[in-house]
Design a protein around this ligand. Sequence first.
Ligand SMILES: Cc1cc2nc3c(=O)[nH]c(=O)nc-3n(C[C@H](O)[C@H](O)[C@H](O)COP(=O)(O)OP(=O)(O)OC[C@H]3O[C@@H](n4cnc5c(N)ncnc54)[C@H](O)[C@@H]3O)c2cc1C
Length: 419
Amino acid sequence: MDLPRVVIIGGGFGGLDAARALANAPVRITLLDRHNHHVFQPLLYQVATAALSPGDIASPIRWILRHQQNVEVLLADVRTIDPASRTVVTDHETLPYDYLIVATGAAHAYFGHPEWASRAPGLKTLDDALEMRRRVLLAFEAAERETDPAAQRRLLTFVIIGGGPTGVELAGALGEIARQTLRQDFRRIHPESSRIVLLEGGPHLLSAFPAKLRDAAGVSLRQLGVEVRTGTAVTAIDDDGVVAGGERIPAQTILWAAGVAASPLAASLGVPLDRAGRVAAEPALNLAGHPEIFVAGDICAFVQDGKPLPGVAQVAKQQGAHAAKNIRHAVRGEALEPFHYVNFGNVATIGRGAAVVDIGPIHASGWLAWLFWLFLHIFWLVGFRNRAAVLGEWAWAYVTLQRRIRLITGGQVWPVSRE
Ligand SMILES: Cc1cc2nc3c(=O)[nH]c(=O)nc-3n(C[C@H](O)[C@H](O)[C@H](O)COP(=O)(O)OP(=O)(O)OC[C@H]3O[C@@H](n4cnc5c(N)ncnc54)[C@H](O)[C@@H]3O)c2cc1C
């Protein structure tokens, strides 16, 4: 008998947990991803700031699922989905499905300014992280060669746009690089005099956290020398720097940690999308009119208790597993179950030894919170080797204040030409 064919698009948090939750189910699974690896995105900023190597936070999807006999993994870029014919069109072939899980995540969004992308790269993939690392390290190198004080100042100014967890983590790590890691490495410049500016358009940093923890994060950032500006919207990004709150900030390095929009694949499903391009899902995570198509993770717009669920890993993992559970129900001819998210809390770190933790009644900041953050991330990483490698790197960095992976790769030219 032919087993039902499940196609899962995306080997991120949602897709991977969906595939795993279908282990031993009477289905044939094809998991498609345009990358051959799963990335632990919460630690991407550590690759971007030279603390970890790409291999420490990513693993081949094929390897992760090697023991699961009912799944095949294909490296493929999905171009479109045709719900009418129940097919998925990739860059190589057209694949039929009986059940489909779309878990293709999100992409950067520049608030209607796509031209900002080349000047202010975002952080989503390993390539993005390596590009950020390249720009940051290259700025210090160029400053060491520069003789004009104003140009040198501009080269040593780093602007991070977006005061969510990623922006806060990037700013904290850049503060450490400038004030601690590179202190003794240069002869003509003083890296510790670098200007690091964190811009947030809204009234608060870390808006999902309680006020006390938001304040604690601001204090930790200022201790690292980060200039925090909330309520400051960016209106222009150009070759010279940024314009924010009506003020021009000359800067060579601008990093984007602000907007995200759902994967463009959402549009091919032919159902209503929300303002961020996410698919409005039914309570069981399937699509209205298409009970065989499920969405999970950042691509899924799901409202619970009157509020949309955030684009975080826990939501994606729980939705991926739930979509899989409902496919098991559907295969057996049973009714589908509605999804309910269980929030385990929020954590964010601000450099070495400081973090904020908001888990149920526990609201903590400081060193203990950082230790909790550290072990939580080690626990969630995929693979023992990665866990051991990351723990080793962090222990070494904690003691020495060093960031070992300070390698400039991908050429030594600026991404935008300057006269
Ligand atoms: C820098 C950063 C830091 C973050 N920090 C945290 C954090 O601290 N805590 C937290 O909970 N969450 C964090 N998040 C959010 C979390 O990583 C996402 O919510 C989660 O990854 C969403 O899972 P997903 O499965 O929906 O998508 P993803 O994990 O993004 O996976 C999508 C997968 O789909 C693949 N794909 C996309 N389009 C196609 C296509 N057309 N064809 C084939 N394959 C495709 C991609 O290659 C990718 O593997 C962070 C995100 C980022 C970017």
